[in-house]
Design a protein around this ligand. Structure first.
Ligand code: MCN
Length: 789
């Protein structure tokens, strides 16, 4: 048999179909609810009906008397367990979060007791029979409720502020703004939303006597963090807790913090010595799971008469809900907002104060994009407003302020050094694509009475926050590194392990592509195993668009090291210098002499079964370890939306969408396109549809998908995705992350388009979501059909 003389195949860059899809499409996915355990007890939670108040009494006697009910447990019954983020910095207040509320309740739907029964039905019925009495107090709901001196939720934070950081200051900024030809003083804000994953939260906890472990199957993005949280709350050594994330039906950041319900289920299984399962229903998910993005930005910005940004002073306020969360506490939204606000722009002078305030609403998690959808909205609104005041073209003002290719590496007043990206090139390409798509002609059409506008946004997405990442270091906990193992078995098949935990992103496909390239084999022979704390000693999980760069990067390093070992063995078998061996098409062959070859299977079998044939067999096993911990790098993108507004109904629709994105080397363009499109859909959702509205008493008014308007396919336009590739020299693969970019850019783009569509009415929309009623009010204020210009 002769070996292939073909050039090494490059799997990276290939549009390989996602390997995960066949099993998902055939219903063969394995989610927490698919874990078969006919003997498990079923849990449900008794939740607070009020947003704020004291618990006067909990009477479980009737529920406990119901046949099939095994237990009704309150905080007292479990020993008042807490889940507390380990933060001891002066600027942060990490609140105690009781696993079950006792004494006080701090949001409607907060769990106060758990009911464990033979079936879910019995548990639900028994939960209704638990009689709770509360003394209701006035709820603190909005950011202004706190900043204007509202009631405190926690004794440890008497002013209601859990984080208050003057992140950046500049003594000369005030004077520079006073002298600026154009000064904008704006309030830009966004409503409370949540990720609404298809699979809500779920947990199955099973004591395992043989391994002396509590085995938890959890719908999570961060199995190791769940392990640490459970171990901390239950007072167990981490060895005793094994957390497995099976297939996860979407997380979007909602599942990258540890939910108290999962920990309670674990505590109850441990206490009862019996397996217990819990699956959240949709109403619980909307009203009791983690939320995000309720933020307000008070910004003062100055522009020169040629449109050059002189400085930005930002007062950033985040409503972070009732508690800080484990493990990231209360700082992620405010810190990221303040650190990254300038984005792709040279802001001149910069100051930012970042606050996180506690209110009687569910705690927040870093929902996809984490403050970046808001900061991009802020910067893009400033650009559009200044362009209008100065009568400068919207693209031109952006181009003037954007960091240009010859300015990299660029260090901004926020202390960040930006590595090369295609910030101006993306914008220019976007303008080309808008022209090619005929949008300007479509925008000009007025015969049908429909108002049309084009919106643009140019932005960056910091990804793969490693331990050295500036800003995150202000937090006590610095998520960063990953370690991977790559091992080849005696048949030449490869298993990769990672502490990242894909939950829809397609890691099984892309990690295999990366490893296959380094080993010269087909990706079909590479299997990624992830989401199990017993597989990898520690990992941070999947969030912050980190998995490809950090998890995939560590797998790439490990695969490179394994390739070196394979070359060494092949060199001995082929009597050649290992440096002259190429791994290609499942063979090791001598460069320039393709007839001198040995198959990967032969090498693997030799190492495992016939090591005595090798002169050097110090490395018996074909396995290697790799680690990665990059400083965090910026991918970038430019977005454009074409919107249509019906002036009669206020209905606004995004009818076409273009993305130009640059995430360095693209490992799998099909997967990246899918990530971008899904992200844009979520961004459009929070711009036009979704909002978690609360009554003045703190009652959640969006408890179903009839009220919380998740858009369907018919509301999402075609999304064209174009790639530019600026390889990153700080990563093993040349890639940058990108998993949040779509969501980050879309709200600003849609708002820019709406303001453009409503230009004749002098629209100046600075808040998302923009619902039909908001637009109708605007039309009314500006006399519908009698435009000002
Ligand atoms: N990729 C690539 N080439 C690149 C960069 C990425 O092919 N240059 C691929 C990666 O291999 C991976 C995907 O694109 O398959 C996203 O990679 P990355 O940017 O590393 O992001 P993560 O995998 O860490 O995913 C996290 C990110 C975040 S933060 C949220 S929130 C989010 C998201 O991804 N939640 C998701 N996408 C989601 N997609 C689904 N289906 N479900 C979620 O919950």
């Amino acid at each position: 048999m002769t070996a292939s003389t073909a050039k090494p195949q490059r799997w990276v860059g290939n549009r390989l179909p996602r390997r995960e899809d066949p099993r998902m499409l055939r219903g063969a996915g394995r989610f927490v609810d698919d874990i078969a355990d006919p003997h498990a007890y079923h849990a449900t939670f008794v939740r607070s009906p009020i947003a704020a108040g004291r618990i006067a009494s909990i009477d479980a006697s009737e529920a406990l008397a119901m046949p099939g009910v095994h237990a009704v447990l309150t905080a007292a019954d479990l020993g008042y367990p807490q889940l507390t983020a380990a933060l001891e910095r002066a600027e942060f207040v990490a609140t105690q979060m009781p696993l079950l509320a006792y004494d006080r309740v701090r949001y409607a739907s907060e769990p106060v007791a758990i009911v464990v029964a033979e079936s879910r039905y019995l548990a639900e019925d028994a939960a209704e029979a638990v009689l709770c009495e509360f003394d209701e107090t006035q709820a603190v709901l909005s950011i202004r409720d706190v900043t204007d001196g509202g009631r405190a939720l926690h004794d440890e934070a008497p002013d209601g502020v859990l984080v208050d950081l003057q992140m950046f200051s500049d003594d000369l900024l005030g004077e520079a703004l006073d002298r600026a030809p154009v000064v904008l003083e704006e309030t830009i804000s966004s409503g409370r939303v949540m990720a609404a994953p298809m699979e809500a939260r779920a947990c199955h906890a099973q004591p395992d006597a043989r391994d002396d472990q509590l085995v938890l199957h959890v719908s999570t993005q961060v199995p190791h963090q769940v392990r640490s949280g459970v171990a901390q709350a239950l007072g167990l050594p981490e060895r005793r807790v094994r957390v497995i994330a099976p297939d996860v039906g979407g997380g979007f950041g909602l599942k990258c913090v540890v939910g108290r319900e999962e920990v309670v289920v674990a505590a109850v299984a441990e206490q009862l010595g019996h397996s217990v399962r819990w699956s959240e229903d949709r109403q619980e998910n909307l009203t009791a799971a983690f939320h995000g993005r309720e933020q307000e930005y008070l910004v003062r910005a100055g522009f020169d008469s040629d449109g050059t940004l002189i400085g930005v002073d930002a007062d950033i306020r985040c409503n972070i809900g009732a508690y800080s969360v484990y493990p990231f506490s209360c700082g992620v939204e405010p810190l990221m907002a303040a650190t990254e606000l300038p984005g792709v722009y040279k802001v001149g002078r910069y100051a930012a104060r970042a606050r996180g305030v506690a209110t009687n609403k569910p705690p927040t998690a870093p929902y996809r994009g984490v403050s970046r959808p808001q900061i991009v909205l802020v910067m893009e609104r400033l650009m559009d407003k200044a362009a209008k005041q100065l009568d400068i073209d919207r693209v031109e003002i952006r181009r003037r302020n954007t960091i240009h290719a010859d300015e990299f590496p660029y260090t901004g007043p926020n202390g960040i050094t930006y590595e090369p990206g295609s910030y101006v090139e993306s914008l220019d390409r976007l303008v080309d694509e808008i022209g090619k798509a005929g949008w300007w002609e479509r925008r000009a059409a007025t015969a049908d009475g429909v108002l049309r506008g084009i919106g643009i946004a140019n932005f960056s997405e910091r990804t793969a926050y490693g331990t050295p990442t500036m800003g995150m270091r202000k937090m006590q906990m610095t998520p960063g590194f990953e370690v991977s193992h790559v091992r080849m078995d005696p048949t030449g098949e490869v298993t990769v392990t990672s502490g990242t935990c894909g939950h829809g992103q397609g890691h099984e496909t892309t990690f295999a592509q990366i490893v296959a390239d380094r080993l010269g084999i087909s990706p079909d022979r590479v299997k990624l195993r992830q989401g199990d704390t017993d597989l990898v000693s520690f990992g941070w999980g999947t969030f912050g668009s980190r998995s490809l760069v950090i998890g995939g990067g560590s797998a790439a390093v490990a695969a490179r090291r394994l390739a070196d070992k394979i070359r060494k063995v092949a060199g001995e078998l082929l009597e050649a210098d290992p440096a002259d061996i190429d791994l290609v098409d499942g063979h090791a062959e001598v460069r320039g002499a393709p007839d001198a070859h040995v198959s990967i299977e032969q090498i693997a079998a030799t190492v495992h079964f016939r090591a005595h044939e090798l002169r050097e067999h110090d490395e018996q096993l074909l396995e290697a370890r790799g680690a990665a911990d990059p400083p965090g790098m910026f991918s970038n993108a430019a977005h454009a939306a074409l919107v249509e507004v019906d002036p009669g109904t206020g209905d606004a629709r995004v009818v076409d969408y273009i993305v130009v994105e640059d995430c360095g080397v693209v490992i799998n363009p099909t997967i990246v396109d899918g990530q971008v499109r899904g992200g844009v859909a979520q961004g459009i959702a929070s711009a036009l549809y979704e909002e978690l509205v609360y009554s003045p008493e703190g009652q959640p008014l969006a408890g179903t998908f009839m009220d919380y308007l998740v858009p369907t396919a018919s509301e999402i336009p075609p999304i064209a995705v174009h790639h530019l590739e600026t390889p990153c020299d700080q990563t093993e693969t040349g890639a940058k992350g990108m998993g949040e970019g779509g969501t980050i850019g879309a709200p600003a783009t849609v708002v820019s388009a709406l303001n453009d569509a409503l230009r004749a009415y002098g629209a100046d929309i600075d808040h998302v979501p923009v619902r039909p009623a908001d637009l109708l009010t605007l039309f009314k204020e500006h006399r519908l059909h009698t435009p000002r210009e």
